[in-house]
Design a protein around this ligand. Structure first.
Ligand SMILES: [Zn+2]
Length: 450
């Protein structure tokens, strides 16, 4: 009888175990409404402290050195870009939290009613920040710029620490909103501007031009991306485009005669972040020798764009992000940026604010780090110029209005907001078609980034 008793105990034990396992199975919670992940990315935050070997950014594992000083952003008198990017982002975060699954949607609804008299959709937005408040007393920290670096780096304790781009990718967001202010500009760019990474097609044509398979420069001047960002007006747009093409592919800058400058290495940026498109482990041992007919060649004629990153660059998803779309070029990134700017302008006009600087100005087109190294749609925006009195007035009196325009713009990119009034730069109010980023039932382009 002892055996039967024992058997009974075993059976009871197994039943209990089974019930326990099933009751602990992760419940599949189906939210009532779609949920979108948004990262607010206030620019800068650290200090451009010298020496860059200790405080810099763009850590390069080939030389084990920082290739750049920390970019602390623009300053004009007492106006510091890094302060206001964060101030705006915090306000946007507070507004977007009304859209979190347990948020006060009614309160957000009353804001939306200022923009539209049409019915609005309930959606969920989960909001993250890419950094905390700016560094103020950097002497108390051993590694003051650590929370603010864009790229990964080797910490003082010898371990690899992730930068902000890797952190953004770990959140697998649908949308990243990068917030900046610049110092000054020519009248042509005055206003608010999108900052976009050019699509692969135009960059690849540059490579073909350098490799001699495209005979002349006309492809550039007739392209929608000919209005290229110039670091310095003394050289032509084509020079800066060429510099960016060579840097995008090889990691090197060019000299005045357009030849590759092998002393000016800017790094393999796609290997400076954590994501699905890094080269396989051991890549640095090969890259160190810059062998010809590889993606590490330091001779443009012998450069081959063949690795995970350049395959990604040629994908249809990158085309959606960076080319064509509602604006006719610049893809969803330019649309998202311009649309958010249009909602900010809409809000300012509705408050009776008018100024010649209050405009949607042309985008800055180049090979910027944030839009290139995330899979999320990136609205990267310069919200004005600190040296311009108009921007300082907006900063002093209307940061809440700017933040509200951004928050409503973000909502509209996911749900659509057909605005009631007609002001200059009326938003299109069309949501982005995210279905085209779907890969299969379980994955989309945003979730596969890491
Ligand atoms: Zn900036």
């Amino acid at each position: 009888m002892a055996n039967v008793d024992c058997l009974q105990k075993i059976v009871v034990f197994l039943v209990v175990i089974t019930i326990t396992i099933f009751s602990f199975k992760i419940p599949i919670t189906r939210l009532e409404f779609p949920l979108y992940r948004v990262v607010l990315d206030p620019g800068h935050g650290g200090k451009a402290t010298i020496p860059k070997d200790e405080y810099g950014d763009r850590f390069d594992v080939l030389s084990m050195k920082y290739l750049d000083v920390y970019r602390e952003g623009a300053s004009y008198k007492n106006y510091h870009e890094h302060i206001y990017t964060f101030e705006v982002a915090k306000r946007v975060e507070t507004l977007l939290q009304l859209l979190s699954p347990n948020g006060n949607f009614e309160k957000f609804y009353t804001i939306l009613q200022k923009y539209t008299d049409k019915p609005v959709k309930r959606i969920y937005i989960q909001t993250f920040m890419s950094r905390g408040p700016s560094l103020n007393s950097h002497l108390i920290h051993k590694e003051p710029n650590a929370p603010y670096r864009l790229f990964d780096f080797i910490s003082n304790d010898g371990t690899l620490k992730e930068g902000r781009i890797s952190y953004i990718n770990s959140l697998k967001p649908h949308l990243v909103v990068s917030i900046h202010f610049a110092l000054n500009s020519s009248p042509y760019f005055r206003g608010m501007n999108a900052v976009i990474a050019a699509p692969y097609s135009i960059l690849y044509k540059g490579l073909q031009y350098f490799q001699g398979t495209i005979p002349d420069r006309s492809f550039f001047y007739t392209s929608k991306y000919a209005d290229w960002f110039t670091e310095d007006e003394r050289k032509s747009g084509f020079f800066w485009y060429s510099n960016d093409v060579v840097m995008y592919f090889t990691g090197y800058r060019i000299k005045n005669d357009y030849s590759i400058d092998t002393d000016a290495f800017r790094g393999y940026r796609y290997n400076m972040v954590q994501w699905a498109y890094n080269d396989p482990p051991g890549w640095a041992h090969i890259a160190k020798h810059h062998p010809p007919n590889t993606p590490y060649a330091n001779n443009i004629q012998q450069f081959i764009p063949q690795n995970a990153f350049f395959t990604r660059e040629q994908s249809k998803y990158e085309q959606y992000r960076r080319d064509g779309g509602f604006e006719g070029y610049g893809g969803d990134n330019l649309y998202a940026s311009n649309e958010i700017i249009r909602f900010v302008l809409y809000n300012l006009y509705s408050k009776g604010i008018r100024h010649k600087d209050q405009r949607l100005a042309p985008p800055y087109i180049s090979i910027w780090s944030v839009p290139l190294h995330i899979n999320a749609i990136n609205a990267f925006i310069e919200f004005g110029y600190l040296a311009r009195p108009y921007t300082r007035t907006i900063i002093n009196n209307h940061l809440d209005d700017v933040a509200e325009g951004i928050a409503v713009g973000i909502y509209s990119l996911f749900a659509g907001v057909e605005v009631t009034k007609k002001y200059p730069y009326t938003p299109y109010g069309k949501k982005i078609d995210l279905e085209k980023y779907k890969i299969d039932n379980d994955n989309d382009y945003f979730t596969i980034v890491r």
